[in-house]
Structures are given as C-alpha cells and as structure tokens.
Design a protein around this ligand. Sequence first.
Ligand code: FMN
Length: 273
Amino acid sequence: MKIQRICSVYWSATGNSRKVARTVSGAIGEYLGCPVEEFDFTLPGARETVMEFSSKDLAVVVLPTYAGKLPNKMLPFVQTGIKGNGTPAIPLVTFGNRSFDNSLAELVDSLKSNHFFPMAAGAVVCRHAFTDLLAAGKPTEQDLEDLKQFARKAAEKILEASSLPAPVTVPGDSSAPYYIPKGLDGQPAKFLKARPKTNLDSCIRCGVCARLCPMEAISSEDYSQVPGTCIKCQRCVRSCSQKAKYFDDPAFLSHVAMLEANFQDLKVSSFYL
Ligand SMILES: Cc1cc2nc3c(=O)[nH]c(=O)nc-3n(C[C@H](O)[C@H](O)[C@H](O)COP(=O)(O)O)c2cc1C
C-alpha cells in the first residue's frame, strides 16, 4: 500500500495521548518517508469542522480512557467528526494504570463505522490524570522506544500489504457500560457535579485554565467560576503554573484514594498487530 501522509489525530487533556500520537506518527513518518500532520481536537474550536481523510492517508488516532471507555463528551465527535475513505488507521488509547476496559474496542468500532481500516492498535499505560502515584513518570523514554518499535512493525505491515489488511482484533466490548468509580468504602463515588476550585491567593489571572479547557467550562470573566460542564479531565489543574486549581469534592478525593490504594502495581501496555 502506498501511503502519502501520516495524520496524527488526537484528543489529549493532560498530554499523554498527544505524546503517544506524536511518537507513533513520527516513527511511522520516518520509516515510510511521509510527512506528518497533526489534527488536535482537544479544544472545542477544532471540533467545529469535520476531519476527513483519504485512502492515501494513514490515521494514528489516540484518546485517553475515561471510566473504561472513550471520554463520553468526545464520543459524538469521534463518531461524526473523524471521517475516513478507506483510510488505514492505528487506534490507540492511553490509560492510567487501572484498566482500559472497553475504550480500545469502542475506538476501533467507531473508526470502522467511519470507513477507516484499523490495522494495528494499542493501549498504553500512562500517568493517571488524577494522581502522580499511578504510573508515575509514564510514558518513560523506554516506553517511547517501545512505541517506536510498535510503529515500525505497523508500518512494515502496511508496506507489505497489497490491499487493505484484515482489521485488527482487540479485547473489550464497545457496547459495555461505563466503569463506575468507587470510593475507599467500595461504594460508587458520585462526583459528576465536582468542579475545580481556585486558590485566589495564588491565582495570577493569566486565564490559561479558561483558554485550555476542552469544554470551555471556565468563565473567561472570572476564572474561579465554572458555569459549563466539567469533565474532570484535570487540564486546568495540571496546566496552572501557580498550582491554584484543585478539587476538594469528597467523593472525588475518595475515588482517587481508592485508586492509590489498589492500583499502584504497574500494568503493561498492550499492542495488537
Ligand atoms: C475523568 C477520567 C477518567 C479516567 N478513567 C480511567 C479509567 O477508567 N481507567 C484508567 O486506567 N485510567 C483512567 N483515567 C486516566 C487516563 O486515562 C490517563 O491519565 C490518560 O493517559 C490521560 O490522557 P491525556 O493525558 O491524553 O489526557 C481517567 C482519567 C480521567 C481524567
């Protein structure tokens, strides 16, 4: 198969999925001698137009796992805003060392419905957005080398194929329900309404939190107000240079404590070719 362009398509609130997308796309671009183009749909403006790809493109599509599936507020765009035309694709999810459950299956199925051909896939362990104690420091330099090796194998598969290869098989069930977060007491932790708080003594009113929010949930007049829908992605918390943003919702904190108590043993990334 002749590929002319590598398309790095990603949604990434705290940077892990972006790093994975760039690493895999860059390695394939180098191997196949093709230019790489980025399609970052993290911010709402980028989700206003459909991203369409051709049979001469190879799309590397990366999203994080949220509650065992794809982030539910991003699913409509994945289903209607990313269109293939017999386009080979490499779907990848990142996850924070609990489990990727059904997110990769959901991504593979969505891409198939949108006229992509997923021919290699993977689920990559990365630091959990909620806490640095889960998969700390990941992806490491060694993880990025492993990703490049996977990318080269996927590129070889494309080079060798005379026509579109059979779609890759991945574990999971895209119609399964979302994972229900638990608290330290083992009961469901209900933190849907939790919002980031702002320490007004350290906030310097730079507005980075409002500009970078993937949901445009933070008021641009008063950065301490969150009138929109917060998806708990932690982008405002992790991008604040003053560490002024934080969550203090008891159910949210209890879930984080439960994760820290039960999911510190390092998981491995999975690759499917
Ligand atoms: C709202 C939310 C839900 C999450 N749910 C899961 C999960 O079910 N399983 C898991 O292992 N990690 C989970 N994570 C961790 C993320 O999948 C992980 O940190 C991911 O790499 C973040 O990607 P990003 O840096 O590209 O935003 C969750 C993170 C957030 C913010």
